[in-house]
Each structure stands twice: as C-alpha cells, then as structure tokens.
Design a protein around this ligand. Structure first.
Ligand SMILES: [Zn+2]
Length: 186
C-alpha cells in the first residue's frame, strides 16, 4: 500500500471537529492557530483515556502551529481557566449544600436528589466564576489572553460497529477553523 500521501484522516464536523480515524494524518494550515500570524512554534497534545472496551489508549495530536506572541497568551488563558475551576468549586459546593439543606427536610428526599443538587450547585458556581473571574479579567486585560486549540477523546461506536475512540478537536479561531476544514477535505 502506498502510505503517506494516500493516508487521509476521516473527519466530520459538528460544533467541533471529530476525527474518527488517522488523526496522525491531520494537516494544520501553516499559520498560528490562534491568530493566523506566522507559524513559529509547534505544539503537540497528548491525550490519554481509559475506555471500557479497549482499555487505556494514548493519542497524540501533533503539529499545531502557533506564533511566538500567542504562546504566553495561551499560557495565561490556561491559568485563568484553572482559577475559574477553583472558584467554581469554592462557590459551588456551599451553594450545593444550601440547596440540599433546603430540600432535605421534605420527606422522600433520596441520595439521587442530593447528588443532583450538588451538581446544580457546582454548575451555578461555574456560571458565577465566569461572571466574577473570567469575564472581568478578560475585559480588563483585553488582548492578553487567547484560547488555544484543545483536543480530547470521545468514546463512540465506529462506522464498522466497533467500539473505539474518536478525537475531538476544538479550534476557537473561526477563520483558522475554516481553513483547517478545507485542508482536511471537509
Ligand atoms: Zn498567534
């Protein structure tokens, strides 16, 4: 078989790109994936996940280009997201407990309810963390943050019916995402 140029990724597009096969054959437009500036730095993402059927798998999404200027902005963006998660938990857990207290006195409250209320509390905390942390910080320090390309593994059935994993690729820069789609035959 003629390997290399013949090998094509199988990709579909929903909200994100979903690579069903041959993620190593994905091609990246030679521009910064965050701002379309010059491609100066290459980033690889290593994904790991344990799947029910196949066990632990490890996939590399390689060759994502960025410009030098975007590298610190991406790092800042990741740090800000971490702060947001912490704030979401710090605010969300007490909100969840309050919801549980409010409901627990009623008869018929089960553990399922308690878990659900805690999830609702954390979801509210996540929203609050956006309003209190992410939104104001980004508004105040405009241009100092840029969201990177992200990827994660999705467990799903393949076309041939086998259980397996697809790679989800999220490209926040819309213009770059359009070029990526074109380059990969979408
Ligand atoms: Zn850039």
């Amino acid at each position: 078989m003629n390997e290399g140029s013949e090998r094509k990724p199988r990709v579909r597009r929903e909200k994100n790109f979903i690579v069903e096969e041959n993620v190593d054959a994905i091609r990246w437009p030679r521009q910064c994936a965050a701002c379309q500036g010059p491609a100066e730095v290459i980033e690889n993402l290593t994904l790991e996940r344990t799947l029910k059927v196949v066990g632990k798998i490890r996939v590399e999404v390689a060759g994502i280009p960025y410009c030098q200027a975007c590298v610190p902005k991406i790092r800042r963006n990741k740090r800000l997201d971490k702060v947001r998660y912490v704030v979401a938990l710090v605010a969300g857990i007490p909100i969840g407990l309050l919801l549980i207290l409010a409901v627990a006195r009623r008869p018929g409250t089960t553990f399922i309810w308690i878990g659900l209320l805690m999830l609702i509390g954390i979801a509210i905390g996540y929203g609050l963390a956006y309003l209190l942390v992410k939104f104001p910080v980004k508004a105040l320090l405009r241009g100092r943050f840029v969201p990177p390309v992200e990827a994660w593994l999705l467990e799903e059935k393949k076309r041939d019916g086998r259980e397996g994993a697809s790679v989800v690729i999220s490209i926040p820069n819309k213009a770059y995402a359009a070029k990526f789609a074109q380059l990969n035959g979408l």
